[in-house]
Write a protein that binds this ligand. Sequence first.
Ligand code: UD1
Ligand code: CA
Length: 453
Amino acid sequence: MEKCTAVLLAAGEGTRMKSTKPKVLHEAAGIPMIGWPLAALREAGADKIIVVTGPGMQALRDAAGEGVLFAEQTERRGTGHAAMQAAPFLTGGGCAVILPGDMPLITADTVKKVIDTAEAGGYACVLLTASYDNPTGYGRIIRDAQGNVLRIVEEANATAEEKKIREANAFVYCVRVPLLLECLKKLSPKPPKNEYYLTDIVEILNEAGEKVGAVVTDAEECLGVNDRVQLAQASALLRRRIAGKHMENGVTLIDPQNTYIDAKSKIGQDTVIYPGVILEDSRIGEGAVLYQGSRISKSVIGAGCTVQNSVVLESEVGAGTTVGPYAYLRPGTQVGEGCRIGDFVEVKNSRIGAGTKVPHLSYVGDADLGEKINIGCGTVFVNYDGKRKFRSVVKSGAFIGCNTNLISPVEIGEGAYIAAGSTITKDVPPHSLAIARSRQIVRTDWKDKRDEE
Ligand code: UD1
Ligand code: CA
């Protein structure tokens, strides 16, 4: 492949999104929309990528990541005007491949096909088109009787007859660089909004006697996201693709349409995922079962774990551990292998050793727990005095009775027992029993005596 420079147009405000955030930063299947065409361009082998941004779009620059050049379009005067901003970077010939930032379903294969067609056929320009069931909003492709592409007419400028054309412009172009630069100079603003249309280069090239070709693909891949309805459609299609790949790799999805796995998550073979599960940038081991309604974000879940109706954030869970139902693992939590984190248990910034059980209704905050500990129902690690946070340590083999308060910082020695209902304020030595509650007093026949008074 000869030298190929990519231009990604992303300066538009995306007015139709009705958002304070630039359109291309809205997420589709877990990554900012712009990430999808960028990935396709990288995979297609673009030598250089220029992103045209609007003024003050620092967040967009951050999202685009390494190895990208930026051109700024200070005034939004249309797609042609946006492409002009990239002109100073278009040096050294070859071809330019132009994509919009709002086309998340475009694949590297299709981008490559457009580039290869241009090269193989000696075209000045090859564009990508698709036949849409409802082409409203897209530029329509006007062909002559022989099928040659003559020009693109925008929705706002189309006649009633032209609006009936279902073949529309997808917004992927491969153009010879010197010809593109000449065309951009010839663009003039078009009504109704006085914008420079990039689409006009097709007519300009034809008038100059240059060869223009088209690659036709399916409309699904060419969905342009202008509003939130299209964002939802594109996201659903991306998720379907992602789910399909996981199923091919041996993951069972009980109801793929109602499972929300983002682009960054990895899942081991023979894992089963029930509906309503949300996976964000997470790694799930082999043979795990994720039951309904769990959200797992930036976390690692080991092989053979089960997670049910739980929220797991920035945490690690060892193999064979069960989580939930209704557990909440907050950032900084590391749970070992073969543990049980049961119902209504919250764990924050804590380490829990292998085989330890926190079966129900407990709060474990800022604590280091050894192995094979039993934490009784209703135990609270009292880690906060209203000003500062403190850590506590529970050594392996300890048994914490139900409804215990551990006032941090406190250390419970190996194999120590805490009587139920204790409020522990001092360290407990290994192998001892600590009881920290008032003794029970029984006054016999108390009721009868009172009634006599
Ligand atoms: C555009 C095409 C239309 C095509 C459709 C495909 C034009 C005139 N129309 O229409 O033929 O069918 O895409 O989805 O090209 N942008 C800028 N600066 C601007 C304006 C836009 O950088 O001043 C960027 C946007 O960020 C976006 C892309 O260009 O990524 C397309 O702009 P948009 O306004 O969405 O164009 P459409 O109306 O969808
Ligand atoms: Ca668009």
